[in-house]
Design a binder for this molecule. Structure first.
Ligand code: 5RP
Length: 217
C-alpha cells in the first residue's frame, strides 16, 4: 500500500471515533491534512477546532470549521496529530513541518492526545529522524555547539521561519536512549524555545497503519 493510502487509513480510523459536540485540537502535516479532508464528512459533530499552525488554521477555515484560540478553549478534550517518529512508549519526534512548539502546547493542553502515523515512522529508538529544535535566532550558534557536545550534528533549516518568528536546527545522529532526560536537557539550554521530543507528555493513543490494519498502541 502507498504511504498516502496508509495515512488515509489511519486518519479514517480516528474519524470513526469522534463524538458529537467535540472541541478538537488539530495538529499539522500531511497526515493531518488528510484527516481534515475526512473531517469535513462529520463537520456537524465538531463544535470548534484549536489549531497548531497557520497552515492548519488556513485549511480548517477553508473547509468552514470554526477555529478558536487556545485561551478561549481552555482544556482540549481531544488532540489529533501526526509525528515523524514514534516508539513503543508512544514517545515521539515531531517538528518535521516546523510546528513543534504550538503542537507541544496543544498536546500539553489536551485530555487525550491521539497520534496517527504510518508504519514507516514506528521505531525501536528515536533519533534516526533529525530532531528539530526551535531556537531564538541570536542563540543559534551557541545552541548548535551544545548539540555537538551531546553527540549531534545540527543543521540550520534553510529559508524557514516558524509561526513564532524563530529558526529551526535539525539535529542529526543523536542517540536518544533516554528521551525524557534528553528532552529536559535540551529545553534547559537558554535560547531553546522547545525541542521536538514529545516524551514528557507522550501520546495517549498511537494509531499505526501498516496497510492492512490499524494497530492501536
Ligand atoms: C509538524 C509535525 C508533523 O506531525 C510531522 O512532521 C509529520 O508530518 P507528516 O504527516 O507530513 O509526515 O510534527 O510539525
Amino acid at each position: 500500500m502507498h504511504q498516502n493510502d496508509k495515512k488515509f487509513q489511519v486518519a479514517q480510523n480516528v474519524i470513526e471515533m469522534i463524538e458529537s459536540g467535540t472541541l478538537l485540537g488539530v495538529g499539522s502535516g500531511s497526515t493531518v491534512n488528510i484527516f481534515i479532508e475526512l473531517l469535513v464528512q462529520i463537520k456537524s459533530k465538531i463544535d470548534a477546532c484549536v489549531s497548531s499552525s497557520e497552515m492548519t488554521t488556513k485549511l480548517l477555515k477553508s473547509k468552514g470549521f470554526n477555529v478558536i484560540e487556545l485561551r478561549e478553549a481552555g482544556k482540549i478534550p481531544l488532540y489529533v496529530d501526526g509525528a515523524d517518529e514514534a516508539n513503543a512508549h508512544r514517545q515521539l519526534i515531531k517538528g518535521g513541518g516546523g510546528a513543534l512548539t504550538r503542537e507541544k502546547i496543544l498536546a500539553d493542553s489536551s485530555d487525550k492526545f491521539t497520534c496517527i502515523i504510518d508504519d514507516s515512522k514506528y521505531v525501536k529508538m528515536l533519533g534516526k529522524f533529525p530532531l528539530p529544535i526551535e531556537v531564538i535566532s541570536i542563540a543559534q550558534s551557541k545552541i548548535a555547539l551544545e548539540m555537538i557536545k551531546l553527540g549531534g550534528r545540527p543543521v540550520l533549516r534553510e529559508n524557514f521561519i516558524t509561526d513564532n518568528g524563530n529558526v529551526i536546527l535539525d539535529v542529526h545522529d543523536l542517540k536518544i536512549e533516554q528521551p525524557i532526560d534528553m528532552e529536559k536537557k535540551i529545553n534547559n539550554i537558554p535560547g531553546v524555545v522547545t525541542n521536538g521530543l514529545f516524551s514528557i507528555r507522550p501520546a495517549d493513543k498511537l494509531l499505526i497503519s501498516d496497510g492492512n490494519k490499524v494497530i492501536d498502541i
